[in-house]
Design a protein around this ligand. Structure first.
Ligand SMILES: Nc1ncnc2c1ncn2[C@@H]1O[C@H](COP(=O)(O)OP(=O)(O)OP(=O)(O)O)[C@@H](O)[C@H]1O
Ligand SMILES: [Mg+2]
Length: 309
């Protein structure tokens, strides 16, 4: 299974926020983000927390156009050549559960209308059938294209776009949340039962690389690392070091200072979550308690938020 649990600290915050948004009403949720940022991991995590029924995944990318409607809405026997028996569509299978439409920007316009109808009143028809059927599901749609521009060029229905964009979570690329790099890497390494030693040199490379494939790429990187020993520049693929996003890369929007702050913040938050006191944190930082409180304030961390009870 992918992802199992989501631990990048930023993603964890996204889940909590998304849960707040969807707890009461099961209106659709839109998840946007570049490839590999964890859109599917987030969708599954939300489904597991919120819905008792099935998690039905449908990938809209690359499917031949005539198949969309029959896959999603099903058909009646004999309604077209090849329809040898009745077939339930995914919308029906998702009743009581979650329908995850991946790459929703690729959904053809006529299927968008039918989807909008079932979202509005929970009703739809199988192809070739007169009788209306009902299905009630939580729709999570994901995309890494800009739906708004698809609306402008007439490829995406405006009304469906408005219905989706009301609840939206944008997953940032890993290069913008560098504080997640180490926690994720350590989690992947421990799942793979590896424990290489991350040297300062390796840390510098990890933090300055732009990770165009995001968390998926980080996971793959963990898989090619040795199980033990010191990690240094020899362990990095060539494009990490050359043109793959070192300091000056236009894709890496954050300065080194901001990256280091993000790491510091994520490590302190991790300590607080594990119950560390300000005194313990100040010892680790080799600062006084007053200085430590000042650092926390500067990083936007509220220690009270971590107190139990
Ligand atoms: N927060 C996370 N915790 C653990 N693993 C994660 C996390 N986010 C992503 N992954 C890993 O990265 C891989 C890619 O995640 P996912 O498939 O959810 O990305 P995606 O945004 O749907 O990508 P795409 O747009 O290419 O479909 C997953 O297989 C999972 O292993
Ligand atoms: Mg995906």
């Amino acid at each position: 299974m992918t992802g199992v649990v989501v631990l990048g600290t930023f993603l964890r915050r996204c889940i909590l926020r998304a849960l707040e948004q969807v707890r009461d009403v099961l209106a659709p949720l839109l998840i946007t983000g570049e490839t590999g940022t964890g859109k599917e991991v987030l969708a599954k995590a939300l489904h597991e927390k919120l819905r008792p029924g099935e998690f039905v995944h449908f990938d809209c990318a690359g499917l031949p156009e005539p198949l969309f409607e029959s896959e999603l809405f099903g058909y009646k026997k004999g309604s077209f050549t090849g329809a040898y028996s009745d077939k339930r569509g995914l919308v029906e299978l998702a009743d009581g559960g979650t329908l995850f439409l991946d790459e929703i920007g690729d959904l053809p316009l006529h299927v968008q209308s039918k989807l909008l109808r079932v979202l509005q009143d929970g009703r739809f028809r199988r192809i070739g059938e007169v009788k209306e059927r009902k299905s009630s599901f939580f729709l999570i749609a994901a995309t890494n294209s800009d739906l708004c521009s698809l609306v402008e060029v007439g490829k995406f229905r405006k009304d469906l776009y408005f219905r989706l964009k009301g609840r939206r979570v944008d997953l940032p690329p890993l290069r913008e949340t560098p504080g997640d790099i180490l926690p994720l890497l350590f989690k992947f390494l421990s799942e793979m039962e590896k424990s290489p030693e991350i040297t300062a040199e390796a840390l510098g490379i990890l933090l300055s690389y732009s990770w165009p494939g995001n968390v998926r790429e980080l996971r793959h990187f963990a898989s090619i690392l040795p199980g033990e020993g010191e990690l240094n520049s020899r362990n990095f693929p060539y494009d990490f070091l050359e043109g793959g996003g070192r300091y000056g890369d236009s894709r890496g929007h954050l300065t080194l200072k901001k990256r280091l702050e993000a790491i510091e913040k994520s490590m302190i938050e991790d300590m607080l979550r594990k119950g560390a006191t300000i005194k313990e944190i100040s010892r680790e930082l080799e600062k006084s308690e007053v200085q430590t409180r000042r650092i926390l304030k500067k990083l936007g961390i509220d220690p009270k938020a971590y107190r139990k009870g």
